[in-house]
Design a binder for this molecule. Structure first.
Ligand code: ADP
Ligand code: MG
Length: 698
């Protein structure tokens, strides 16, 4: 057996120091091990050549063999494109390029035989292939090739002649050395039970599959392994923590909870709220420390569940605290909770960065003596100077603004770590939640309180301004309030702010009888607060804002949300924004305004928004459209994804299956001592050491 991790890439034949340095920098490939784990992104079935007469616009990637008859350039400006009329004698297809026209005309010759690879589609009744791969037929030996791998490369790599073919050659050299098998990374029993290919075979066939069946088996084995270790890692941590820390036991549901439930609660709980409260009750009574993620769409009533969980803590002689990501939101929670607890003997205080001096000192001492039962605040509540008599439960609202690290800091606030309830309104698809927060148990509120009318969402092009203004006037006349949202992103901040200011002036002109307020992230906190207050109090009818209103604010009388340049927002952002309306009894509207020309992806996003109000459906769609690395929340929480072959969006089922396999290993071998699992624990340790991202996933 030999160890690929110790073989430097620069000694591989055909590489050398210069190319090695490019591979280091561009792809992070240093050893033969790194190289062989650089997988192809697609394969061409080189064993099959199609004839033009048998293809249509619905087929996946195909391969043709023939000649270019002539070139033609058509269109102007951005529409300008090069067309090569390509024929194999059975018909003609158009090969189309939008870039590099001059270069291509020089490169490809008329009446020379080429193999063309690409995805056919139909345009104006003709079959075309956009940006195909083309190789001279003389350079490919089809019969021996089977499936040919294609590797992603960068511009810098191409400048050092490290194109896909070059990588393929290097890979071929390494794979030939695998006649000595590699050390196996899964245990014999797992390989056998789940019918997995050996590692050596899998790595061979993932690069050079002789046919698609072997390719599928190789992919399955490698995906299985990748997801298995992600899950084993998370579940291992969870188990270790469980064994190390005891959780406070909330034995009873007592006086405070009951009197709130019977006297103060202004409405019947939804079934989903009841179910989640039961789940929480089970956790806090179990002796384990609770780490629960509560997901529920905006307006589903998470705050109430949080409050009632905090009352359970109080009933058992503990204090509770709740953190919100912004001052405005903390304020709003404070007001809401004080109101809900009206007349009860529960002391609630607010602590934010702006509360200073005597007031702050008095709160800090009240927490130490235990006179304060519930503390609500911003991240100010986790500062080192804030100490409790006996903190039993922490609720974190809008989770994705709090990093993993901050969560960990909470644990030091009492002798044993307090129970933690994390609430998020950004619905995370189950598969992703399992990977990201595998150590958290997940509860879902999948039911809105009764009587809510779903927000009606309309997509409108910006050339229909007048009718938009009309409907807004009508709503205002009926006493409603309106949000108008403008995009603001860092890269184009100056232009965006200018648009917002212009929009603001324009709206003041369009609605001379209305008071219009304005909020954006570049304002001073106090000014922002004052403007926000104008809207909350109802003094202003229209609020012009950037996405700062995305989180939290509750103005039930606001019934219309207009989102300008909606094409520039992501799906989950649009959904979050829309959640600001539809909170009262009236029919609410969300109007997505865009220009007339839209990219395909954008059109899909808008269609989904118009079709559904279901946050989970939207989150799933978002995951599929964007891929997990880009999903809102995953970046902020500091959890990067480095999956090489599995795809969270597509391999959800396998993930679930593999999680059960990993759970079984931990159940049978809780201390990691069984000899038959030795390979697994060794491999996990190695992965934790080499892959920086793994630590973060815990
Ligand atoms: P979330 O935090 O999940 O976005 P909130 O907790 O702010 O939602 O609840 C939204 C609104 O619904 C609040 O005004 C709240 O009082 C109300 N609400 C919560 N639960 C219920 C219920 N079971 N029945 C009726 N209204 C409810
Ligand atoms: Mg909320």
């Amino acid at each position: 057996m030999f160890d690929l991790t110790t073989r430097d890439i620069k000694y591989l034949s055909g590489v050398g120091p210069q190319r090695a340095s490019v591979l280091n920098k561009e792809l992070g490939i240093y050893s033969l091990h790194d190289l062989i784990y650089y997988f192809p992104y697609k394969y061409v079935d080189r064993s099959r050549i199609y004839s033009i007469q048998e293809i249509d616009g619905t087929m996946p990637y195909i391969q043709l063999k023939g000649e270019i008859l002539s070139f033609e350039t058509v269109g102007e400006g951005r529409q300008r494109r090069l067309i090569a009329h390509f024929s194999d004698g059975t018909g003609i297809v158009d090969l189309v390029w939008f870039q590099g026209i001059k270069y291509l005309i020089g490169k490809y010759k008329i009446q020379k035989e080429y193999i063309v690879f690409g995805k056919p589609s139909v345009f104006n009744g003709r079959i075309n292939i956009a940006h195909p791969d083309i190789d001279p037929a003389s350079e490919l030996t089809l019969s021996t090739m089977g499936m040919q791998p294609y590797y992603n490369t960068t511009d810098r790599m191409k400048r050092s002649s490290l194109n896909s073919h070059a990588i393929e050659k290097m890979m071929n050299t390494v794979v030939k050395q695998l006649q000595d098998p590699l050390p196996e990374t899964l245990s014999p029993s797992i390989l056998k039970e789940h019918h997995l290919m050996s590692l050596t075979d899998a790595l061979t066939h993932i690069h050079f599959p002789v046919h698609s069946d072997l390719l599928r088996k190789a992919q399955y084995r490698l995906k299985f392994e990748e997801l298995f270790y992600v899950q084993l890692n998370i579940l291992r941590y969870a188990k270790d923590r469980q064994q190390k820390y005891r959780g406070y036991i909330f034995e009873k549901v007592g006086e405070v909870f009951h009197s709130f439930y019977s006297r103060n609660l202004p409405f019947e709980l939804t079934n989903a709220q009841k179910r989640v409260l039961k789940e929480i009750r089970r956790d806090v009574g179990s002796g384990r420390q609770m780490n629960r993620l509560l997901q529920g769409d905006v307006g589903s009533g998470k705050t109430l569940v949080a409050l009632m969980s905090m009352l359970m803590a109080l009933d058992n002689g503990f204090q509770a605290c709740m953190m919100a990501p912004t001052e405005i939101l903390a304020n709003q929670h404070y007001e809401t909770i004080r109101e809900l607890l009206y007349g009860m003997d529960v002391r609630v205080e607010l602590l934010t960065g702006t509360i200073k001096g005597k007031r702050r000192a008095s709160i800090l001492s009240g927490l130490l003596t235990g006179d304060i039962h519930i503390l609500i605040g911003t991240h100010a509540v986790i500062e080192d100077t804030v100490n409790f008599a006996s903190l039993g439960l922490v609720v974190i609202d809008e989770q994705h603004r709090f990093g993993v690290e901050q969560r960990a800091r909470l644990w030091t606030k009492n002798v044993q770590p307090p129970h933690v309830l994390v609430m998020t309104a950004t619905p995370i698809p189950r598969t992703l939640a399992m990977t990201l927060y595998g150590d958290l148990d997940v509860s879902v509120i999948d039911e809105l309180p009764p009587g809510r009318k779903p927000v009606v969402t309309i997509h409108q092009f910006d050339n229909r301004r007048e009718s938009l203004v009309q409907s807004v006037r009508k709503q205002i006349a009926e006493g409603r309030q309106i949000y108008m949202v403008f995009p603001l992103i860092k890269e184009s901040e100056k232009i965006d702010l200018k648009n917002l200011e212009e929009g603001y002036l324009h709206i003041c002109e369009e609605f001379p009888d209305c008071k219009v307020c304005k909020v954006h992230g570049k304002m001073k906190a106090a000014e922002k607060e004052a403007q926000m207050q104008l809207f909350v109090s109802g003094e202003a009818q229209i609020m012009v804002a950037t996405t700062v209103i995305e989180v939290g604010v509750n103005v039930p009388n606001a019934s219309v949300m207009i989102i300008e340049n909606a094409e520039r927002f992501g799906l989950s952002q649009l959904h979050q924004l829309r959640g600001r309306v539809g909170r009262g009894a009236d029919q609410s509207y969300c109007i997505l305004v865009t220009g007339y020309k839209l990219a395909e992806d954008t059109r899909k996003r808008l269609e989904i928004m118009v079709r559904t109000n279901d946050g989970f459906e939207i989150a799933e769609a978002d995951l599929k459209l964007r891929g997990p690395g880009d999903l809102e929340g995953t970046q902020q929480s500091g959890i990067a994804f480095d999956l090489k072959i599995a795809d969270i969006a597509r391999d959800g089922q396998l993930l679930q299956y593999v999680r059960e396999v990993a759970q079984k290993v931990i159940d049978i071998d809780p201390n990691g001592t069984l000899p038959e699992n030795e390979i697994l624990w060794r491999q996990l340790k190695a992965l934790r050491k080499t892959n920086v991202n793994w630590a973060a996933i815990s």
